[in-house]
Design a protein around this ligand. Structure first.
Ligand SMILES: Nc1ncnc2c1ncn2[C@@H]1O[C@H](COP(=O)(O)OP(=O)(O)OP(=O)(O)O)[C@@H](O)[C@H]1O
Ligand SMILES: [Mg+2]
Length: 390
């Protein structure tokens, strides 16, 4: 598979009144041709900065970026100007020209400056792009008279009109209300699949990332902390940060008691749990166990399972197809789902059953601490250290 976008050791610092901000600290990844690749992470982790460096809207301080076989940022510091990079970009705000109609908005990138095309070709390309996003017939509508979803599609059409090698999307759905966001998410997925266009998508919404992406890079504090397919990241988070950021998870704190081949026994205040061993941990080490609510069985009678905990139901929320329960186990509330056909009530004594395979052992959280020279954060591993994200 050919690589459509390659980012290697990208660095970006901003000078601010409070000192330097290390927004991106050595980020590397490759996006294959036709792939939908997502940068996912909390606010301020460097997603937009990474995208803007690829687009040429920010000057990288270090590293290399290639789009197809065009090196747009080289190790020597040479940079290709933004308008010459073969990309189309959609911003969170859409950045639509309010004084122009739909046609002129889409025509803009190919009807002036160095990328200018002959008039007939501009028309052909604009109509084609509008048809791709199902805005045909609205060419002469003033842009501000479009609905939110239509403006979003207009921004997409404008990004596509240059027939870019890659589409860069910075939280393009976040301005839409919930229902429209769901619809547009499906539309975006359909469109990018149909065009088979390489897409680099930025979001802090884990659901968007999980549903749209072929691959996800989880970012934290200017670094990629995990990279993989949606299922890998969901099922196999490599840190508490990822486990908590993506999906709903229960985290139980404990200490490794022993290892027996591929499994470890971990003592927690809720009871001893058996889970798949982690090579980086040994007896005596602090650890956390992540288990998804959907992977916990709830029963009134003691079940036959690798791990069984006893508790009482503290709260029940009816979700239509299930009851979302929080079960008090030794003072810790563990979330689990019970099928709607069963009746559960607050105060019920229940058993929670978890297979060892679904109990994911995680190393103690890496604490992100500011370096003393103020030169940004560094990674420090420490038992029981609290996560302090700058
Ligand atoms: N122009 C700027 N000048 C100074 N600091 C900046 C600038 N742009 C971004 N930053 C800082 O760089 C860091 C990364 O910002 P960035 O916009 O890339 O985050 P993000 O992951 O896109 O967050 P969000 O989800 O809120 O959009 C933040 O600490 C931010 O405050
Ligand atoms: Mg951003």
């Amino acid at each position: 598979m050919a690589v459509a976008v390659r980012v290697e050791g990208l660095e970006k610092r901003y000078a601010t009144d409070e000192g330097a901000v290390n927004a991106v600290r050595g980020v590397s990844f490759e996006v294959e041709d036709g792939e939908f690749f997502t940068l996912l992470g909390p606010s301020g982790c460097g997603k937009s900065t990474t995208l803007r460096c690829i687009a040429g809207l920010e000057k990288a301080d270090g590293g290399e970026i290639a789009i197809g076989d065009m090196v747009v940022v080289s190790q020597s510091g040479a940079q290709v100007p933004a308008h010459q990079r073969p990309i189309g970009m959609v911003f969170q705000s859409y950045a639509i020209w309010p004084h122009m109609d739909v046609f002129d908005n889409v025509a803009f990138p190919i009807s002036r400056g160095k990328g200018k095309l002959p008039k007939a070709e501009v028309r052909e390309r604009v109509l084609e792009a509008l048809s791709l996003v199902r805005l045909d017939g609205l060419e002469r509508r003033p842009a501000p008279q479009l609905s939110g979803g239509q403006q979003q599609r207009l921004a997409l059409a404008r990004a596509l009109v240059r027939q870019p090698k890659a589409l860069l999307l910075d939280e393009p759905l976040s301005n839409l209300d919930a229902k429209l966001r769901d619809d547009m998410r499906v539309e975006l997925k359909t469109l990018t699949e149909r065009l088979n266009i390489t897409t680099l998508f930025v979001t802090h919404d884990q659901l968007e990332a999980l549903t749209l992406s072929d691959k996800i890079a989880v970012m934290r504090d200017g670094l990629i902390v995990q990279l993989g397919g949606p299922k890998d990241i969901y099922d196999d988070p490599n840190s508490r940060f990822t486990a908590e950021f993506i999906g709903t998870t229960n985290l139980l704190e404990g200490t490794v008691a022993s290892r027996d081949g591929d499994v470890m026994r971990v003592e927690t205040p809720q009871g001893t749990l058996v889970c798949a061993a982690l090579d980086s941990l040994g007896p005596g080490d602090r650890a956390a166990i992540a288990v998804r609510p959907a992977n916990i069985g709830v029963s009134a009678e003691p079940p036959n399972a690798d791990n069984v905990l006893e508790g009482s139901i503290e709260t029940v929320v009816f979700l239509g197809d299930s009851h979302d329960c929080r079960v008090d186990v030794g003072g810790e509330l563990i979330r689990a789902f019970v099928h709607a056909s069963r009746s559960v009530e607050r105060g019920d004594k229940v058993y929670l059953a978890m297979s060892a395979a679904d109990c994911r052992l995680l190393p103690p959280e890496a604490a992100f601490v500011e370096r003393e020279d103020g030169g940004g954060a560094s990674l420090r591993l420490g038992a029981g250290a609290s996560p302090a994200v700058a």
